[in-house]
Design a protein around this ligand. Structure first.
Ligand code: SF4
Length: 329
């Protein structure tokens, strides 16, 4: 049995100071961290409880017309907040597509950003080979069951996917993550927050030691009238995405003025489909345009033995999500 010390942080400063110590992990809702600890995947020496810190909660309007969501806002509260539902329905849909009602009531926005992969071999310590859990040990998934694994952006060190639905919507919305650390505050564009595995799959994010997520900022809403989060999964609820699509459009009549498309379930991070977005801009949503644009999203895909279906599924899901966002399906 491992000894674990517990500290309840009173403010951001003391949390950051404690969080910079080796073996220290912040705990908010704990919905993923406690599972990892029970399975022996995470073995922190010290937990710093951030749930009693003032200033990490609340949903507040920003001067530019955007919205700030505090790191400790529960997923269910964020999803059901009037301003989120009205101005960012894509985000509300994505949050409600995740986990179960009970988990959404506990899980926080900051914790959702920090969710770890659901790769079977990462969670099962009976498999010693996992570069994410034990750097340098290998990757049991490479020759294993790869149904849920990545088709884009993977490396020969790790083919895991990011499990967060919320993060896919935030990627499409060009959110930014606000953090405070030993060197002060900084803002991380969402595309730079999560990492591809490369040769350091143990690192999921670009957070520096001791940095604490304080909020997520959303830019002014542009897509409230035309957005859709579509999640394809093995069960109707309480299952992670095989493929998901966050589609957000600005429309001029029947013509797409601009498009934002992000994919979940296909890569180590939420995957922006920039070529698809460019191919949709200035076009009407006819079948030929949609299919050729969707095909661009999976160019360069490298499926494994069990997940080649994701290449086709991702394209079909993009077509469906964009049609629904654009009101043509
Ligand atoms: Fe570990 Fe990544 Fe390989 Fe899964 S895919 S076993 S998380 S290294």
């Amino acid at each position: 049995m491992d000894a674990i010390s517990y500290q309840r942080a009173a403010d951001i400063g003391s949390a950051v100071q404690a969080g910079g110590q080796p073996g220290t992990v912040f705990i908010g809702g704990g919905t993923n961290l406690l599972d990892l600890m029970k399975n022996g995947v995470a073995r922190p020496a010290r937990l710093v409880d951030i749930t009693h810190i003032d200033g990490l909660g609340g949903v507040t309007p920003l001067p530019d017309g955007g919205l700030r969501i505090g790191a400790l806002v529960r997923n269910s509260d964020a999803a059901n907040h009037t301003w989120v539902r009205e101005r960012y329905p894509l985000l509300s849909q994505a949050l409600l597509a995740g986990a179960s009602a009970q988990l959404r009531n506990m899980a926080t926005v900051g914790g959702n950003l920090m969710q770890r992969t659901r790769c079977y071999y990462f969670y099962d310590t009976g498999f010693p080979q996992c570069n994410k859990r034990a750097p340098g040990s290998g990757c049991a998934a490479l020759d294993g069951n790869t149904r849920i694994h990545a088709i884009l952006g993977a490396s020969n060190q790790c083919i895991a996917t990011n499990p967060s639905d919320m993060s896919v919507a935030l990627a499409a919305l060009d959110a930014v993550v606000r953090v405070t650390g030993p060197s002060g505050e900084r803002v991380i564009p969402f595309a730079e927050f999560h990492r591809l595995p490369g040769d350091r799959p143990d690192l999921d994010t670009t957070l520096k030691p001791g940095e604490l997520i304080t909020a997520v900022d959303l830019p002014p809403p542009l897509f409230a009238d035309h957005s859709k989060y579509l999640k394809i999964r093995d069960r109707a609820s309480y299952a992670f995405a095989l493929v998901s699509v966050a589609a957000a459009l600005q429309m001029d009549g029947n013509t797409v003025r601009s498009a934002r498309i992000a994919l979940g379930g296909v890569a180590h991070k939420p995957w922006r489909a920039s070529a698809t977005e460019a191919a949709l801009a200035g076009r009407t949503l006819d079948a030929a345009t949609l299919q050729s644009a969707a095909a661009l999203a999976v160019q360069g895909a490298q499926p494994r033995r069990d997940n080649a279906f994701k290449v086709t599924l991702a394209q079909r899901a993009i077509v469906r999500a964009v049609q629904q966002a654009g009101g043509v399906a």
